[in-house]
Ligand binder design. Structure first.
Ligand code: GLU
Length: 310
């Protein structure tokens, strides 16, 4: 494809368990696209939440068996807490951070703000006086809780451009930067880490497409370059819902137990994208076939159903 680039792509799975074939397909796409475009390929372990011991190592082993190894040691989010705290300080310096004392229930029950999309933060804690904050802080502390931190974003519509989806627009609400339990929020950590790693193109499942405008907005506020996006279609189970472990043999380990080889994984990935054998080529067998034949222009933009072997 294009000439060498100095940028990087990445795969950033949460180490909460074994990846299913849908997650694996997204990771293989991220790698093949990085190779096609001359980008470095990096791996990030998003371990601030929902961690299962051994899952991160096992995810890397699966990809190694499929011929994918990252170009640098993985970035581990739990080692980056100072960087996230620093980013919040930068936003604070711009007057863009406020404490939020709402519970999930408070948010659901509050009337929604004008022009805000459904589910957006209603703005309850955006404009409190210092006295009001003091008493709410005390009440939370008596319940053993701490306030969350939110970004002052004012429900602005932000549009980003996606290679597969075209323009993606979303209203950016006052998103959470640090949760009430002290955990730095996903949108913040992704932006800080992609920025620090020089990620200039993000390939991931299209369930996260609606987060891209929020992440672009945060990147701009933090003076980080906004990456390009390639949100790839999801893999569904036979129920028509997003593939999940309850659908049967869907992880690499389970498929191996059913006799699948790495070559069969690549053959299925090629077929599912409407490339590979279906369009007259050979079935894909290795990562090299994928790098050679992946064509974002021609690949299917529809979700695919995976029928687990029984
Ligand atoms: N850790 C996220 C997930 O596993 C992906 C984050 C991202 O690619 O931006 O769903």
């Amino acid at each position: 494809m294009s000439a060498r680039s100095t940028g990087a792509g990445r795969f950033a799975p949460s180490p909460s368990g074994d990846l299913h074939i849908g997650n694996i397909r997204s990771g293989l796409l991220a790698y093949a696209r990085a190779r096609q475009t001359g980008r470095r390929f990096l791996w990030r372990i998003e371990d601030l939440d929902r961690v299962r011991a051994g899952a991160a190592e096992s995810q890397l082993e699966v990809f190694a068996e499929l011929g994918v190894t990252p170009d640098e040691p993985p970035l581990v989010q739990s080692t980056r807490l100072d960087a996230y705290a620093e980013a919040i300080r930068e936003l604070e310096d711009q007057g863009l951070v406020y404490e939020c004392y709402c519970s999930r229930r408070d948010i659901q029950q509050a009337p929604s703000a004008p022009h805000a999309p459904p589910g957006a933060y209603p703005g309850t804690c955006r404009s409190l006086t210092e006295g009001q904050r003091e008493s709410r802080r005390e009440r939370l502390a008596s319940l053993g809780r701490r306030p969350a931190l939110r970004l002052r974003a004012a429900n602005r519509a932000v549009t980003v451009s996606d290679v597969l989806l075209g323009p993606v627009t979303a209203v950016v609400d006052d998103l959470v930067l640090r949760r009430g339990d002290g955990v730095f929020a996903y949108n913040l950590t992704v932006v800080v880490d992609d920025g620090a790693s020089g990620i200039d193109e993000v390939v991931r499942g299209d369930d996260l497409a609606a987060s891209a405008p929020r992440q672009a907005h945060l990147a701009q506020l933090l003076d980080l370059p906004v990456p390009g996006w390639v949100h790839v279609p999801l893999v569904l189970g036979t129920s028509g819902r997003r593939l999940a472990k309850r659908d049967g043999a869907v992880t690499y380990q389970q498929l191996r137990q059913h006799g699948w080889s790495p070559a069969e994984v690549f053959a299925w990935v090629g077929e599912s994208l409407g490339l590979g054998a279906r369009t007259g080529g050979r079935p894909w067998q290795h990562m090299e076939d994928m790098i050679e034949s992946l064509d974002l222009e021609r690949m299917s933009r529809e979700p695919t159903v995976f029928r687990p072997p029984v």
